[in-house]
Design a protein around this ligand. Structure first.
Ligand code: ACO
Length: 415
C-alpha cells in the first residue's frame, strides 16, 4: 500500500500522530486525552504532517511561525521545524526527506527567511541545507571551590533580588524576554503557551513537573532586568552535611549586573553545594564571575540551533555589520530553494544584497551560510576545512571581519 502524506493534519489524526511521535522519542507509546487536548491548542494543524500506512500513522513533522533575532537585534521570520519522528518500522525509506522537502517549500512560499531546528543527532539535517549556527555549554559548579565573596550574595549595585511565584513570572517574564530578544542574537520568540508550560500552568501528563524556585532581579531604578528559575534536590551526606544540587531552568538578564547578581545569588543559597547551569552560551559570564573559574567544569558542549537559509537577501540585509566591505557569495543549494550568486555590500550604516553576475569571492553550500549568519563560526576556519572555497585571496578573512560578533549567539530554548 502506498504511504500517504497528510497535511494539513485532520483533527481526528492527532491522536495516532501523538502516539507515533511519543514512540519515536522513546516516551510511553500512548496519547492521553490531556496531551492531545494540549497539542490541539498549541500546534498549527495546517503546518503539521503525518504519513499514514493505511490507518497507521508512521511519521510526524510539524513546523510553526517563529521570530529569530539577527545580529544587531532586528528579527526575521523563521520556519521552526519540530516533532520529527519516523516509526522504526518505516525508517530509512525516505519519509523524513519527503516531509522536510514539503515543509521547506511551503516555508519558502510563505516568505520565511530561514528554517530552524534543534537536531536530535548531528548527522541528520546537513543534507537538507541546515548548518549548526549556535552552540551551548553546560557547566557544573562546585560551589565551595568557587571562592565567592560572601558579600556578593546580595547585588552590589544597589539592585535587589526577590523570590517570586509563577503568576508573577507569567506577568513579568514576557516583557523581560522581549528585551532579551532585542539584544541577544540567536534568541527566538516565546508564544504565550511557552510561559504556561514553562511555569506549570499547563502540563503534559506524561512529563513529571516540579515547581521551581523563581527569583527576579530589579535594578536600582526598579526595572525587572533578570529572571532566575531553578530546582534543587535536598540531599545530605553522612554527618549531617548538606549536599544539594541546584539546576537552572532559566537565567536571563538584560544587563551584566542582572546576570552577575542572579548567579551570585544562586551560588550563595544555603545547602547548595553544586549548581548545574543548563544550556548557556559558550561565552557565558559565569566562569569568570567565580573566584576560581576552575570550579565550573564543562559537562556538555554541543551544537544547538541549526539554520537553513531560505531567503538570502532578507537574511543578509536584516543583520548589522561592524565594518565596511563587499563580497560575492556563490551558494549551492541542491534543493533549489535559495541558491545563486549574491552581491553583499555591507557597512555599519546598513547592507544591500541582490543576485549578481560578478565573479564569486567565496563559494559554499547553503548550509555553510546557515552556520555563518549569526556570526559564531569563522569563514577562515571553514575554508581551512575545505567547506568554503576562497575564489579571491583574503575573501574569507573579509567575511570574518563583516560577519563575526564580539559576543556569541545564544538560543536559550528547546523546541
Ligand atoms: C527537529 C527534531 O525534531 S529532531 C528529532 C529527530 N527524531 C529522532 O531522532 C527520533 C528517532 N529517529 C527517527 O525518527 C528517524 O530515524 C529520523 C527522523 C531521524 C530519520 O527518518 P528516516 O525517514 O529514516 O530518514 P530518511 O529515510 O528520509 O533519511 C534520509 C537520509 O538521511 C539519513 N539519515 C536519517 N537519519 C539519520 C541518522 N539518525 N543518522 C545518520 N543519517 C541519517 C538516511 O540514511 C538517508 O540517507 P541517504 O539519503 O544517503 O540514504
Amino acid at each position: 500500500m502506498a504511504l500517504e502524506l497528510r497535511t494539513p493534519l485532520a483533527d481526528s489524526d492527532l491522536s495516532p500522530w501523538t502516539v507515533t511521535l511519543n514512540t519515536g522519542f522513546l516516551r510511553p507509546p500512548e496519547a492521553p486525552k490531556e496531551e492531545v487536548e494540549l497539542r490541539r491548542e498549541q500546534i498549527d494543524l495546517s503546518r503539521t504532517q503525518g504519513v499514514f500506512d493505511g490507518d497507521r500513522c508512521v511519521a510526524t513533522l510539524r513546523s510553526f511561525a517563529q521570530r529569530l533575532t539577527a545580529v544587531g537585534g532586528a528579527d526575521v521570520p523563521a520556519d521552526a521545524v519540530s516533532n520529527v519522528a519516523v516509526a522504526a518500522t518505516h525508517r530509512r525509506r525516505g519519509l523524513l526527506s519527503r516531509m522536510m522537502d514539503h515543509d521547506l517549500r511551503a516555508a519558502k512560499e510563505r516568505g520565511e527567511a530561514v528554517a530552524t531546528l534543534i537536531a536530535a543527532e548531528y548527522p541528520i539535517y546537513g543534507r537538507y541545507g541546515f548548518g549548526p549556527a549556535t552552540w551551548i555549554t553546560e557547566w557544573q559548579v562546585d560551589v565551595p571551590r568557587a571562592a565567592l565573596d560572601p558579600r556578593h550574595s546580595a547585588p552590589v549595585d544597589g539592585g535587589r533580588v526577590d523570590f517570586t511565584d509563577a503568576d508573577e513570572v507569567r506577568k513579568l517574564g514576557p516583557a523581560l524576554h522581549e528585551r532579551l530578544r532585542a539584544r541577544q542574537h540567536g534568541v527566538i520568540d516565546r508564544p504565550d503557551h511557552w510561559w504556561q508550560t514553562a511555569t506549570g500552568q499547563r502540563q503534559f501528563p506524561n512529563r513529571p513537573w516540579t515547581e521551581p524556585f523563581y527569583a527576579l532581579y530589579r535594578s536600582p531604578d526598579g526595572s525587572v532586568d533578570g529572571l532566575l528559575a531553578y530546582t534543587a534536590d535536598n540531599r545530605w551526606e553522612g554527618n549531617k552535611r548538606p549536599h544539594s544540587t541546584a539546576t537552572v531552568l532559566e537565567l536571563i538578564g538584560v544587563t551584566p549586573a542582572a546576570e552577575r547578581s542572579l548567579w551570585h545569588f544562586l551560588l550563595s543559597v544555603d545547602w547548595v553545594t553544586r549548581v548545574n547551569t543548563g544550556p548557556r552560551a559558550p561565552d557565558d559570564l559565569l566562569p569568570l564571575l567565580l573566584g576560581d573559574p576552575r570550579a565550573a567544569q564543562i559537562t556538555t558542549h554541543a551544537d544547538w540551533l541549526w539554520l537553513r537559509p531560505l531567503d538570502v537577501p532578507q537574511l543578509l540585509e536584516t543583520r548589522t555589520y561592524p565594518a565596511e566591505g563587499s563580497l560575492v557569495l556563490e551558494l549551492h543549494d541542491a534543493a533549489g530553494l535559495a541558491g545563486g550568486r549574491y552581491f553583499l555590500e555591507a557597512g555599519p550604516d546598513g547592507a544591500a544584497c541582490a543576485t549578481t553576475a560578478r565573479p564569486a569571492d567565496l563559494t559554499m553550500d547553503i548550509a555553510e551560510l546557515g552556520t555563518l549568519w549569526l556570526g559564531d563560526e569563522s569563514a577562515v576556519r571553514l575554508a581551512s576545512l575545505g567547506r568554503i572555497a576562497e575564489e579571491s585571496p583574503g575573501a574569507a578573512a573579509l567575511a570574518d571581519r563583516l560577519l563575526r560578533t564580539p559576543r556569541r549567539p545564544w538560543c536559550p530554548d528547546v523546541f
